[in-house]
Design a protein around this ligand. Structure first.
Ligand SMILES: [Zn+2]
Length: 326
């Protein structure tokens, strides 16, 4: 689980105003759907709403009280946040399909969590990032919960586009639009934090596509060069050839990264590669192959974080990418 921050996300004043209004009127919806591009702060907004509800201090969450400390430690008994690392969210008990088991999570625990009364708070809160990872059977199981939530929990979903969810789910949620941060805001923030400046900061801001979090990760390492190659050449070649070149670049990147201190930059490179694949998906890359490539990249990032040798993780990711493109 990523660390909780109690700072409201940058540049989301409109969304924050909507949520604050609902809170002040005491008219929170059962479910909120935060819709916006990758990394624009959807999960941060969901978390800030959760923190604000649970914190006993008036106004914004204090970050210091018992409830806030439990939240920050990821062990508040009334908050369940589903993991972001898996490619498929399954809700209820379904047959395991060969090959997808390790990338999926069976979320019977989510339904159990929602069924029980809160222990500390007034309502239980479930955060479901990237809800598009629910396949149709999971979405159906989940829909029942949304229709008749047993203990009136608060359900917070995030999604890149509501089109990726069944309309029956969307219609039961209050929609919160989360806008991408303009590149100049990201560049200015990178400079303010002393992470990057000038042309580098502007390129990082472009690479991050509206996500400050991603820009910050990229600023740490040598991934900027990989990005410059991607926009220069990588994106010019459509579909499979670009993915193959991307695999070669990843492998080369990995062989230049040997020390454990370079983990962050390897993760940033994998983030960039995933971004490249998503761009290719909008273009000409076959959707099934694209999904396989993304799964490979996420798995590799996970392995790098878990201390697998960086060069090994990247070269095996490159190999699997090639295999996925066959
Ligand atoms: Zn607090």
């Amino acid at each position: 689980m990523t660390a909780w921050s109690f700072d409201p996300p940058l540049g989301q004043e409109q969304a924050l105003k909507l949520l604050a209004g609902d809170l002040e009127r005491g008219r929170l919806a059962h479910a909120y759907l935060f819709e916006g591009p990758e990394g624009a702060g959807k999960a941060t907004l969901a978390r800030s709403l959760a923190a604000r509800m649970l914190c006993r201090a008036p106004g914004a969450a204090c970050g210091r009280c018992h409830a806030c400390r439990m939240l920050a430690g990821g062990n508040h008994p009334d908050v369940l946040e589903l993991p972001r690392e898996v490619t498929e969210l399954r809700i209820g008990r379904f047959m395991d399909r060969p090959g997808v088991k390790s990338e999926s999570v069976d979320h019977q625990p989510l339904l159990d969590f929602l069924r029980f009364k809160p222990m500390e708070a007034e309502r239980r809160i479930a955060i479901i990032p990237d809800a598009e990872r629910m396949r149709s059977e999971a979405a159906n199981a989940f829909l029942k919960t949304l229709e008749e939530p047993p203990g009136s929990p608060l359900i917070l979903l995030t999604v890149v586009s509501r089109d990726r969810l069944p309309a029956t789910i969307v219609s039961r949620c209050r929609l919160v639009a989360v806008k991408p941060l303009p590149p100049e805001k990201i560049a200015a923030e990178l400079a303010r934090r002393g992470l990057s400046s000038g042309a580098d900061a502007r390129d990082l801001a472009m690479a991050a596509e509206g996500s400050l979090g991603m820009a910050m990760r990229l600023a740490g390492g040598d991934a900027l060069e990989l990005w410059r190659w991607l926009i220069g050449e990588g994106f010019a070649k459509p579909g499979a050839p670009a993915a193959r070149m991307l695999a070669e670049r990843l492998q080369a990147f990995g062989s230049g990264v040997d020390s454990a201190g370079k983990r962050d930059s390897a993760v940033a490179a994998l983030d960039l590669a995933a971004l490249a694949v998503r761009r290719m998906l909008r273009g000409t890359l076959d959707a099934r192959k694209g999904a396989e490539c993304l799964a490979v990249l996420w798995e590799a990032a996970d392995r790098v974080r878990r201390n697998v040798a960086v060069d090994l993780a990247l070269s095996s990711a490159a190999y699997s990418l090639m295999a996925a493109m066959k």
